[in-house]
Structures are given as structure tokens and as C-alpha cells.
Design a protein around this ligand. Structure first.
Ligand code: AMP
Ligand code: GLY
Length: 440
């Protein structure tokens, strides 16, 4: 049995902890909120800021853990893996240097350029407001504007969608500099047109093992409208592809991730852990939107419940450098819908009671994961972020969607909301149609 430290207290981390528990690991959990799903699986819990590296390292040493798995990106950027490694804890997550693939969008784009890796987009980074404003005056293509540093996925604005003219673009660029959003300047990217998908892989520094493709829905409201959120829900198909992604296209995306891993090894910062590739499938093939140094949330909730290989063994193999390509998943489709507080994406109504009848969920061929909820005076209440992820499983996306809806009837609460359209045939078909148009 391996003793493992987990860091993080969201839905993604609850899914990871369940998978570790199922594969026989002894869990020591460090998290800032007391996630009830994680707590009940853990031998010991440290309630601490996930950025408090010193306290977490001390907890790891006291607990005698041999391994660690870090859920969120912020502590990775803080160098938690480097500090744990120093005291002899083996990590199934990337070092601070390797995490730059997520924490610095310019590092990622420049790595792709310098190693001639497929899938890159045009890009230009500026640390000076005047130069940035001059660039947008006659940019070579439609732009996407992003702060260079971490912004929790909420700092991206797209010309033609959020930025309707040059004035809008200039105003947003000014805001990034004046409010120091992300803290490292601005990156402009070429706008890619197509449909997005997520491909995540396990990685031990050189070998990678792919997970099923997933599609995430970032927009707050039904029909994919409204502000971008951390993700309202996601689905995966029984064949581990997606209805609008062909095998050759998936293989091209996998090749890109393998090339990134090889490039990082050759530059002396080998990548260990889960790597998350968000791709736009364009008429010219997959293009990289972003690379993350961790599981996606909610995407982790699609793949982990159908993992056949023990997750504890995978973490051990990633950390030890002994991963093989044979990681198995059930041939089952999944649909995940996040129950969120009303107002989520703009201004959440929080602190309201929420209750999950877990027996009912399981009897619906589904699982549920707690996210930003906590006990208050003996009652489970919502926080301001996403509350509970419900994942339906089935032989097809439609069957999984129906099971997810059945399971959702066992989640009750005040001032909560769900995007019911995720995984329904109409919205899936819309993507298939759009991709047909894009392919021309
Ligand atoms: P990100 O936080 O980088 O995942 O971006 C949020 C959303 O902005 C993505 O899910 C895309 O829909 C969109 N986006 C980001 N970069 C690009 C790009 N280069 N081209 C088109 N859309 C993009
Ligand atoms: N679901 C998108 C992310 O985790 O970044």
C-alpha cells in the first residue's frame, strides 16, 4: 500500500482521491476547504492554504508519505514539488520549472517554436503597454488577448466575440497592464477557428499514456452563451474519441504532446505528472489553445471513474519514471454536469444548504464529487465556486446524459443551477455540424 499526499480540495481532487482510494492508497490530504468527499477517504487532513508550501512539506514529513499528487496549478507555480522532492517525497506532478508550460503562456509558445512542434499559433508577447497598443493597430490576424501569467482561466478575450472593435481591444490591454492582471504582461495569439477538445496524458518525464478525449463547456449558460467559467460540464465517448474528432486527428494531438514532453526533457526540465492539452480542431488539424500542468476540472471527473488501471500505481509509475503506455479505461461514455451556485460566473449566491443523496446517485449509474462545499453548523453549504460534479455513465453519450439527469434529481439545494444541455444530442450535433463546416 502506498502512502500518498494529495494537495487540493476541489471536485477534481475529490475524483483523484476516490481513484487513489479505490486502488488501495493511504491518503494524507492537504486542502484549504474541508471537502467532505476527500476527508472521509483520508487517514489525516491538514486544513491549510494550498500555497503554504512549508506547512504542507512538514505535514508530508510527519505523515511519512512516500509520494505526492498535486491537484491545482497554483502550488505547482509556487514550487511545491521542488520542496517535497528535497525532503525525499516522490511527486507525480511537475516541478516549478516544468509547470511553466502552464504558468507562462509565452514559455509554452516559444518552446513549440524553438522545437518546431506542430500545432502552434501565431503569437506576440509584450511587457510594455505602448508596444502592445502599437501591435494591435495592424495585427496580422484576428487576435486573442491573454494575460501572460495565471488568471484561473478567466483572463482570455477573443476578438469578434468579447472584443468587438479596436477600442475594446485597446481598453482590455490597458486593463491588463494597469491592474497588473496575471502579473507578466500580455500575449496576443492568432485566433483559431474550429471546435475544442481536451486530451490529457499521464507522463513520467519521457513516456506518455493517453486518456480518453473530453469536451468541456466553459460558458455559463445553456447554448454555450454567457461568461467563461472554470467549466460547467463535460463529456467523453465510449470509443474515447469524440463525435467530431477522428482517430487521425487525435493521434496528431497526441504526437504534439509527446513532442512537448521530449522538448522539455531535452531542455533539462523533464515533465512528470498529468499534462492537459486543450486543442482547437481547425481545418488544418489540431492547434494548441493551452497546456496545463494538471488534470482539467471537470475533465478529471470524466476519466477517473472509468480508469481500470489503479491510479495509485499510475502515480507511483509517473513519479518513479517507470510508466508504460498501457493505461486502461472502460469503454463507457461519461457526461459530467456541475451543480453551481446561482450567479456563478458573475457573482455567486453562496452559503446555501445543499444535499446529495449518494445512494440515489449510484443507483442511477452515476457518481458525484464534492467541490466547493463545506460543513457549516452541521449542514453542508455552497461556497462561491462550483458545488458538486455529477457524472453519469452509459454505453453512449446519450445514455450517460440520461443517467446524469437521473442522478441530478438526487442533489437538492437552495440557489443552485445546472447546465442541463450538456451531453444532449442537440448540442453534440451542433458541434459535429460546425466541424463539418470548418472542414469545408
Ligand atoms: P484559455 O483560458 O486559454 O483556455 O481560454 C479560454 C477560452 O478562450 C478557450 O476555451 C477558447 O474558447 C478561447 N481561446 C483561447 N485561445 C484561443 C485562440 N488562440 N483561438 C481561439 N480561441 C481561443
Ligand atoms: N476545464 C478547464 C481547466 O481545467 O482548465
Amino acid at each position: 500500500m502506498i502512502k500518498i499526499l494529495t494537495v487540493g480540495g476541489g471536485g477534481r481532487e475529490h475524483a483523484a482521491v476516490e481513484a487513489l482510494h479505490r486502488s488501495g492508497a493511504e491518503i494524507y490530504a492537504a486542502m484549504s476547504t474541508n471537502n467532505p468527499g476527500i476527508s472521509r477517504r483520508a487517514v489525516k487532513v491538514l486544513k491549510v492554504s494550498e500555497m503554504d508550501v512549508a506547512s504542507i512539506v512538514e505535514f508530508a514529513q510527519e505523515s511519512g508519505v512516500e509520494y505526492a499528487f498535486i491537484g491545482p496549478e497554483a502550488p505547482l507555480g509556487e514550487g511545491i514539488v521542488d520542496s517535497l522532492t528535497e525532503v525525499g517525497v516522490k511527486c507525480a506532478s511537475p516541478s516549478k520549472d516544468a509547470a511553466r508550460i502552464e504558468t507562462s503562456k509565452s514559455f509554452m509558445r516559444e518552446l513549440l517554436d524553438s522545437h518546431n512542434i506542430d500545432g502552434n499559433l501565431g503569437h506576440a508577447t509584450f511587457h510594455d503597454l505602448k508596444d502592445a497598443l502599437a501591435y494591435i493597430e495592424d495585427a496580422p490576424y484576428e487576435l486573442v488577448v491573454k494575460p501572460v501569467g495565471l488568471t484561473g482561466g478567466k483572463g482570455v478575450k477573443v476578438q469578434g466575440e468579447h472584443l468587438l472593435n479596436l477600442e475594446d481591444t485597446a481598453a482590455y490591454v490597458r486593463e491588463i497592464f494597469e491592474q497588473d492582471i496575471g502579473g507578466a504582461g500580455v500575449i496576443f495569439e492568432e485566433r483559431a477557428i474550429g471546435e475544442e477538445f481536451t486530451l490529457m496524458v499521464f507522463c513520467d518525464g519521457s513516456t506518455i499514456a493517453p486518456m480518453p478525449l473530453v469536451q468541456d463547456h466553459k460558458r455559463a449558460f445553456e447554448g454555450d452563451v454567457g461568461p467563461n467559467t472554470g467549466g460547467m460540464g463535460s463529456y467523453s465517448a465510449e470509443d474515447h474519441l469524440l463525435p467530431f474528432v477522428e482517430k487521425g486527428e487525435r493521434d496528431a494531438a497526441l504526437r504534439i504532446l509527446k513532442d512537448i514532453v521530449d522538448a522539455m526533457a531535452s531542455e533539462g526540465c523533464p515533465y512528470v505528472g498529468v499534462m492537459y492539452g486543450q486543442f482547437m480542431l481547425t481545418r488544418d488539424g489540431p492547434r494548441i489553445i493551452e497546456i496545463n500542468a494538471r488534470f482539467g476540472d471537470p475533465e478529471a471527473m470524466n476519466v477517473l471513474p472509468i480508469l481500470k488501471t489503479g491510479f495509485a500505481d499510475i502515480c507511483k509509475a509517473m513519479a518513479d519514471g517507470s510508466l508504460t503506455e498501457e493505461v486502461d479505461f472502460k469503454n463507457v461514455a461519461t457526461v459530467c454536469k456541475y451543480v453551481v451556485p446561482e450567479g456563478y460566473g458573475v457573482k455567486s449566491v453562496s452559503g446555501k444548504p445543499i444535499y446529495v443523496d449518494e445512494r440515489g446517485v449510484i443507483d442511477s449509474s452515476a457518481v458525484s464529487y464534492y467541490a466547493n462545499v463545506f460543513m457549516h453548523e452541521g449542514v453542508l453549504v455552497t461556497g462561491s465556486s462550483r458545488s458538486v460534479g455529477v457524472v453519469g455513465m452509459g454505453g453512449s453519450i446519450s445514455a450517460a446524459e440520461a443517467n446524469c439527469e437521473k442522478a441530478l434529481s438526487f442533489v437538492r439545494g437552495e440557489a443552485i443551477r445546472v447546465r442541463h444541455d450538456i451531453g444532449k444530442p442537440e448540442i453534440v450535433q451542433k458541434r459535429v455540424e460546425h466541424m463539418r463546416q470548418v472542414r469545408g
